[in-house]
Design a protein around this ligand. Structure first.
Ligand SMILES: O=P(O)(O)OC[C@H]1O[C@H](OP(=O)(O)OP(=O)(O)O)[C@H](O)[C@@H]1O
Length: 183
C-alpha cells in the first residue's frame, strides 16, 4: 500500500534560514499539513498500520503538530495518547497527570528534521517511567531526520523522506549566488 502524499504546498523548495541558524533548500509548511484533516488522517492511519505490532500502551507527540498526528495514531490503535510541550532550554515536558509509569510508548511527530523534538520527548517519557518502543513520523528530512530511529535505538517508521541540504551560513551556496533567504 502506498502512503498518501503530503498536500501540495507542504514541501517548499527555495532558500531558507532555519531557527538553528543553518541555511537550507527545503521548508515544510506544517500548519498547512495540519489544516487538511482528511489527508493527515490518511497519513496517521498508515502510520498506525505500520506501528500496530509494537505492543504499545501510549502514543505521544510534541505539541503542536506532532501531537495532532499522535492523537490520531493513538485513536486508530486504540491506545492512550500523551503530549509534550517545549519549555526552557529545549526540554519537552509531559503534563504531570496521568501517571505514565510502566507504559510502552510510541513517539510520533509530523516532521523530524534535526530530531530535537522527538529525542527530547523520548527522554521525558523515559524520565516518567516509560519504555520508548518506536518512533513514527509523517515526514523525515534526508539530512538527519531519517537517522533518528537509529540514534534512539528503536524501530522507526516514516512515510516520506524529504530530500534537502543544510549549510552553515558562511558556506551556503545559495547565499553565494545572491539568492535571498526566507525565514
Ligand atoms: O526534528 P526537529 O528539528 O525538532 O523539528 C521537528 C519539529 O518542528 C516542528 O515543530 P515546531 O517546533 O515548529 O513547533 P510547532 O509544531 O508548534 O509548530 C515539528 O512539528 C516537529 O515537532
Amino acid at each position: 500500500m502506498s502512503e498518501p502524499a503530503p498536500p501540495s504546498g507542504v514541501v517548499r523548495h527555495g532558500h531558507f534560514r532555519y531557527e538553528s541558524g543553518h541555511h537550507g533548500d527545503v521548508w515544510l509548511e506544517l500548519d498547512l499539513l495540519a489544516s487538511y484533516p482528511e489527508r493527515l488522517g490518511a497519513a496517521a492511519r498508515e502510520l498506525a498500520r505500520r506501528l500496530a505490532d509494537q505492543e504499545a500502551d501510549l502514543v505521544c507527540g510534541p505539541l503542536e503538530g506532532g501531537a495532532f498526528v499522535a492523537q490520531w495514531v493513538a485513536a486508530e490503535l486504540g491506545l492512550r495518547f500523551g503530549y509534550t510541550r517545549r519549555g526552557a532550554g529545549g526540554r519537552y515536558a509531559a503534563p504531570d497527570s496521568p501517571d505514565l509509569r510502566g507504559m510502552r510508548a510510541i513517539v510520533v511527530d509530523d516532521a523530524v528534521n534535526a530530531g530535537a523534538a522527538v529525542i527530547a520527548t523520548a527522554r521525558e517519557l523515559e524520565r516518567r517511567g516509560c519504555t520508548v518502543a518506536a518512533l513514527g513520523a509523517v515526514m523525515a528530512g534526508s539530512h538527519s531526520g531519517t537517522r533518528v530511529g537509529a540514534r534512539l535505538g528503536v524501530p522507526y517508521v516514516y512515510l516520506h523522506e524529504i530530500a534537502g541540504t543544510l549549510w552553515e551560513p558562511a558556506v551556503c551556496p545559495l547565499c553565494a549566488r545572491g539568492v535571498p533567504a526566507e525565514g
